[in-house]
Design a protein around this ligand. Sequence first.
Ligand code: X5A
Ligand code: ZN
Length: 693
Amino acid sequence: MAAAGAATPVGAAPRVGLLYDDRMCAHATPDGEKHPENPERLRAIRRKLDAEGVASRCVDMKAKEAKEKYIASVHTPNHIKLIRDISSKEYDYRRNKTARKFNSIYFNEGSSESAFLAAGSVIEVAEKVAAGELSSAIALVRPPGHHAEHNEPMGFCLFNNVAIAANYLLNERPDLGINKILIVDWDVHHGNGTQKMFYSDPRVLFFSVHRFDYGSFYPCEGDASHCFIGEGAGEGYNINVPWEHGKCSDADYVAAWDHVLLPIAEAFDPDIILLSAGFDAAMGDPLGGCCITPDGYALLLTKLLGFAKGRIVMALEGGYNLKSIANSLCACTKVLLGDNFTYNSPRMQPFESTWRVIQMVRDELKAYWPVLSSKLPDNVPLRSAPSYIEPYASSGSESDVEDVSELPDAISSVNVTQVVDDVLSKHITMLKLDEDNLATKNTSSDSVQAQDDGPVVASTRIYDLPFTWRSALSKVYVWYASFGSNMWKPRFLCYIEGGKVDGMSISCFGSHDTSPPRGTMWKTVPHRLFFGRSSTPCWGTGGVAFLNPEINYNDESYVCMYKITLEQFNDVLFQENRLVKDNSEDGKLESPSSPLIGLSEIESVSSNKALHLEPIKDSWYSNVLHLGEEDGLPILTMTCPSTAVAQHKSGELPLAPPSETYSATLIKGLVEGKQLDANEAANYISSAAARSL
Ligand code: X5A
Ligand code: ZN
């Protein structure tokens, strides 16, 4: 078959490969625990494609295991051996322990086969498309691949399927004439693994558009920023479009296509496009927090069909809402099949931040892609950031609200934004690259670059993540609800300003931002207060307070709420879970380099009510609870996970009354907060300590 021939003969219906194989459903959590990356994802997609009569119009393909020598172009021998052996009997007793060594990974007896099939499937379809036997193809694979690194599985990914297929085409099949590959990664997460594989390789242009949230969105690495453009011969061949927040919609993605990806693709002129097709930026996805519609995906894909003679290989990556991924993939399959398509979804405006990000990316890359030097249109209607950002950004303490209980109930600001969006979306025109006589929008890319004493050299600039997430989260406010010693304000202030109060034997480090809370108020919540564990370094012998994460309307517990920034909330979480270290050599404090609760976690805790923090899952206060909203802001607290409650019930973990000094602190809080008198407060504490769980 002629390698360079037209993929589709003129007039003929496109031949679209569809690879589905049940064997890739074997990879699942070891004990049937719920997990977003589960076998139902593939089945839901397959059912939808069948029901819509779309699957039968495709060329049916089955999976083949990848040969180890092909995987070896991307992964180390150790990595390959691990994935090969992980499902064997010998691993039975240490499979879970091995999984825990990695970031967001599970294994079972089916993982090995699924991983080899996923990699082999993408090779299989890519080869057929490259050879012209198929016009385009879709590989419904799992586990996904784009987070997998050279020497480690990561982020639900075992092998980097797309990277393996790209290397196969370039290195193993010169006969197919594929010399330039465009990898488009529209999964909501950064394709960190794929980026690394081709970072200095100009034959592969890697483009990833993803949530970045100033470094607080998974995988929380600085190399997802727009500054990472490739190196050596590959300089200019790595493109990141890092969103500043969630809620990005079709309009934002179309803007990134029209003003970054498509002009570059035109200049690069790829021989084939490999699409890391995650659908976790889809509307309704539980992890992504974005809202691409099926029509939006279809439009993005349509725009790609103009390149590489339409030779597109789609490989499934993430995507965790079964309906969303099934509908999105169905819309994409129809596009590949050549069905007429008109964009029907309500058209929204891109965010202001989108325009800013796109301008930064263009500035960063225009030296390599001159087409990006043109001016962006400056008359595009833009919308402001989603409501959870900067609602209380102004500084100064004169607006301190000590008692906000009299403020009117805020209409959910989310709804207001939605209404505004809907109204505005009715008269918006499609974004188009307009090169004439338009003024440059003044955007400052300097503000996100690392601070450095010496001259700033482009190639050495790094993204100072701790600095960046802190400044972003310092503009977001939450109510931190305390039910223990922090009900007493002087005690809580130790977490903000540092220091200690009577009864504490260890000082607090304090927060990075030491400004006092912007408001204080009390509430009762339908959760059970109890005291457990037998001693603490800070308070000595005796239990400490926990709130049962389960709602129980027969219980009423007092919480004192402080309005603080999300940055401060993270600093409180760090301290409560002993994550702040005193670096004794220079006396500098060291906190984790990424937040535990970023904007996406706020979204997920708001809809799921609780979020058990995986990175600190063995700490006492690793569970963040959403107790409701006040003033349009989420009320959050930190307590133990339900599993610990069960252990307290069974006696595996002790229930123990608080020490004298600890309970005196709680009582002071309740009394000074005018919730109870001294007697009532003492009764409240001792009865919570005495009642069995
Ligand atoms: C492939 C993919 C997401 C990992 C998230 C881990 N991975 N928290 O979407
Ligand atoms: Zn993803």
